[in-house]
Design a binder for this molecule. Structure first.
Ligand SMILES: Cc1cc2nc3c(=O)[nH]c(=O)nc-3n(C[C@H](O)[C@H](O)[C@H](O)COP(=O)(O)O)c2cc1C
Length: 174
């Protein structure tokens, strides 16, 4: 069997289009944020979501310390925030957070989830955190920022036909 090249694996995984989130927590009187696309819904009952954080990220010890994190889903006009929280700080950004349940979340995000840490799983060079959702909100009229093939983009059709989703066994309420 041939070894899997990490860069090739990252490129192949990058073909899986995702939304973009900012993971946030508050630790030692300071707000911390990190851009992440490794986010998924895990369970409806109990309500669990998962994120995956690199071993070297500053966010990792902060979540371990506080035992809490929030996830904000970025809107398509928030690419600046995605860069800002991915280690390319923009000096002119201010007041990007609002407070929910004592955690910072991105103001005007498409959705946010405030969670208590439920489980953490060591996974190679990342740690997967499962969060128990305590509070959430969504804005139907906002469109998400997308990430695909290493680039940011937006939806060409913001309203995919609900009928197709229902046929796939999911019930979506728009
Ligand atoms: C679109 C995008 C998605 C990212 N997704 C993740 C992710 O899911 N997990 C992760 O650990 N890093 C991810 N990163 C990289 C982090 O945002 C970046 O390393 C950041 O600087 C880490 O911040 P920290 O060390 O201050 O916590 C992503 C970056 C971008 C631009």
């Amino acid at each position: 069997m041939t070894a899997i090249d990490p860069r090739a694996l990252r490129n192949a995984c990058g073909q899986f289009g995702t939304g973009v989130t900012i993971i946030t927590t508050r630790c030692e009187e300071r707000d911390h944020g990190m851009t992440a696309n490794a986010f998924m819904s895990v369970s409806l009952d109990p309500p669990l979501v998962a994120i995956s954080i690199a071993r070297g990220a500053k966010m990792l010890p902060n979540i371990k310390k506080t035992g809490r994190f929030a996830v904000s889903v970025l809107a398509d006009d928030m690419e600046d925030l995605a860069w800002h929280f991915a280690g390319k700080p923009k000096g002119d950004l201010c007041d990007v957070f609002e407070r929910r349940n004592d955690l910072p979340v991105i103001a005007n995000a498409v959705a946010y989830f405030v969670t208590d840490l439920a489980t953490e799983i060591d996974a190679g060079d990342h740690t997967i955190f499962l969060g128990h959702v305590r509070e959430m909100s969504l804005q139907h009229e906002r469109k998400p920022l997308l990430f695909f093939g290493g680039r940011f983009g937006g939806l060409a059709d913001p309203h995919p036909a609900p009928a197709m989703l229902e046929n796939a066994g999911y019930e979506f309420i728009w």
